[in-house]
Design a protein around this ligand. Structure first.
Ligand SMILES: *[C@@H]1O[C@H](CO)[C@@H](O)[C@H](O)[C@H]1NC(C)=O
Ligand SMILES: *[C@@H]1O[C@H](CO)[C@@H](O)[C@H](O)[C@H]1NC(C)=O
Length: 330
């Protein structure tokens, strides 16, 4: 093939690729646009993040999510980003999978690929304080932290960590070769700011305030599949939430989290959503459905689902109570 022919082919190929991309852009539209006679008015969507099958089932069962069209989704590195409306508010939702790496990767992808005004997360969590939080309740924490990031000290280190394994020897306390572990800060990177060492990641205050106002009288679901909760579920505000990559079922460790950090819940996603949103300087809010009490009861499938559903109800009420930001004519 001559050099000229090759160049022509290359140019043609490029044109085709460009055409295909722009078709996709308008079909699966990151910035939703409303055509008017004078200009296009854009608006920002909300990013809705969930981790599990159960959470997605709650969303789909509700019938409140309407995809913009049959193919209004985008697949990016193995995850599907669904573009549509939740009770008329424009959203993009993604199921991230579990584990902080999966959650952070999916939230970052969401923020890079779509024009969003912020991130709403809903998912399940374990209660660390049975006196306050029982299965079916929804928690709107004020701050979340990674509590599973440790410096694991040497046996008999001078400078001990807060978690002293010997204190948990059974039946009597004593020395333990596991020594102690010191919970660590995490580095928050963000544009045009120096990296910062942080522990608590505060939920965006303006959104937190909207949530406390709008959700205080929210009616939650009490029964599912013939099984009902023992009491009327409630929404609880202002607590702290702990996130780690280990699933906490151990009562002694749960008590440690409650006592040392005053954390009321434990999950494996919220802090990853928080850190990624803060890095991107986007507002975020977290809704946790309580599925079990750590060390007391393991989650049965009905209360697990009710937790997901109630967290979804809270997220939906919140989403429908904040205005959709409009962009100027483009
Ligand atoms: C962790 O960050 C907090 C601020 O969030 C700071 O007060 C504290 O000194 C830091 N701790 C360490 C060990 O760097
Ligand atoms: C611990 O958290 C609860 C809310 O979950 C709050 O009412 C209480 O004041 C906190 N205690 C401390 C010592 O910060």
């Amino acid at each position: 093939m001559s050099r000229i022919n090759l160049e022509v082919l290359l140019v043609l190929g490029l044109l085709l690729v460009t055409a295909k991309q722009s078709m996709q852009m308008s079909l699966r539209n990151p910035t939703a646009e409303i055509e008017s006679s004078l200009c296009k008015i854009g608006f920002l969507r909300l990013g809705l993040v969930l981790t599990s099958e159960n959470s997605e089932k709650a969303l789909l069962d509700s019938d409140l999510f309407k995809a913009d069209s049959a193919d209004s989704y985008v697949d990016i590195v193995g995850r599907r980003f669904h573009v549509g409306r939740l009770n008329n508010t424009p959203v993009v939702y993604v199921k991230t999978g579990t584990g902080s790496v999966n959650v952070a990767t999916a939230v970052q992808t969401l923020l890079i690929r779509f024009r969003l005004s912020g991130i709403i997360f809903f998912g399940n969590a374990g209660s660390l304080d049975e006196n306050v939080l029982v299965p079916g309740d929804v928690v709107v924490p004020e701050a979340v932290a990674f509590t599973g990031v440790w410096e694991w000290k040497e046996f008999r280190a001078q400078n001990k960590g807060k978690l002293v394994f010997g204190n948990y020897n059974y039946p009597v306390n004593g020395e333990n070769l596991l020594g102690t572990a010191a919970p660590q800060n995490i580095t928050l990177y963000s544009q045009s700011e120096d990296p910062e060492e942080v522990f608590w990641l505060p939920v965006s205050s303006s959104w937190y305030e909207v949530a406390t106002e709008e959700l205080k009288d929210l009616n939650l679901k009490e029964c599912y599949s013939g099984k009902c909760l023992s009491g009327t579920p409630k929404v609880v505000f202002g607590s702290k939430a702990s996130t780690s990559d280990f699933y906490v079922k151990n009562k002694a460790y749960g008590d440690f989290l409650l006592k040392k950090f005053n954390a009321s819940t434990t999950d494996s996603a919220s802090a990853a959503v928080a850190l990624t949103s803060l890095s991107n300087r986007k507002p975020f809010v977290v809704f946790q459905g309580v599925s079990n009490v750590v060390g007391v009861k393991s989650s049965d499938s009905e209360s697990g689902y009710l937790a997901s559903y109630n967290a979804f109800l809270a997220a939906t009420k919140f989403i429908n109570s904040i205005p959709t930001p409009r962009l100027a004519c483009e």
